[in-house]
Design a protein around this ligand. Structure first.
Ligand code: DC
Length: 222
């Protein structure tokens, strides 16, 4: 399937942490036979490389660029490879989430990941999910969604997710983490989380995963 501009079809889904966008994006991709691209995983892998290299939020852009120049990040078969090492599990810790939000505000990191993300949409139809899919990475996407939910509900979902992964985190910490990540991801100067003017907004606060997918399929007219 190709879109009108000759590229493969891209369904762009953006939204804040815990909105349910990853779960529905993955399920939607399976239903439609599209590939799934989790761009948060790419930011988490980049942050892992930078922290492993001893960098932190005070490091300057030149230091970030030097490390990233010698870094390879690949997303294949729902796994993320950092310099050929499968880091899919390691990037899911609360610490990795924190640093991904910090480093994702930085230009060298966003520039580095831009082509990796765009290339994923060249040869297959994809459901791409993140914070700036509809606004920056795939502004000509076939369909765009902005998925959101009440902050308390998002924090509760994030807490449940982390507990399922046996993370050592309290509910209070999960709530604080969601709030601070939202603030950082929406307030940053570069590619902040924002609903694209032409995105369909879906509030999942009172919706099940299936109900959310049904709303999306309806919007896609499928
Ligand atoms: O979706 P996630 O929680 O795995 O994303 C981790 C961080 O990466 C998030 O706090 C912000 C950043 N991110 C981004 O800036 N742009 C994207 N397209 C995806 C994620």
């Amino acid at each position: 399937m190709t879109s009108t501009n000759g590229r493969k079809k891209v369904i762009a889904i953006d939204g804040p942490a815990g909105s349910g966008k990853s779960t529905v994006a993955r399920a939607l991709a399976v239903r439609l036979g599209f590939d799934y691209l989790d761009t948060g995983a790419l930011y988490r892998a980049a942050a892992l490389k930078l922290t492993r290299s001893g960098l932190n939020e005070s490091s300057d852009d030149a230091a970030l660029s030097t490390v990233l120049r010698n870094t390879s990040i690949e997303y294949k078969n729902a796994a993320v490879y950092l310099d050929s090492e499968d880091v899919s599990v390691e990037i899911r810790t609360p610490e990795a989430g924190h640093f991904s939000s910090i480093f994702s505000a930085r230009k060298p990191v966003r520039d580095y990941l831009l082509d990796i993300q765009r290339n994923a949409g060249l040869s297959t139809d994809i459901v791409a999910e993140g914070r700036d899919m509809a606004t920056v990475v795939f502004p000509d996407a076939w369909k765009k969604f902005y998925v959101t939910a009440d902050e308390q509900v998002r924090a509760q979902r994030r807490y449940k997710q982390l507990k399922e992964k046996k993370a050592d985190v309290t509910k209070k910490e999960a709530i604080a983490d969601v709030a601070s990540r939202d603030a950082r991801d929406t307030a940053r100067a570069l590619a902040p989380l924002v609903r694209a003017a032409d995105a369909v907004e879906i509030d999942t606060t009172n919706l099940s995963i299936e109900e959310t997918i049904q709303k999306m399929l309806k919007a896609l007219a499928i």
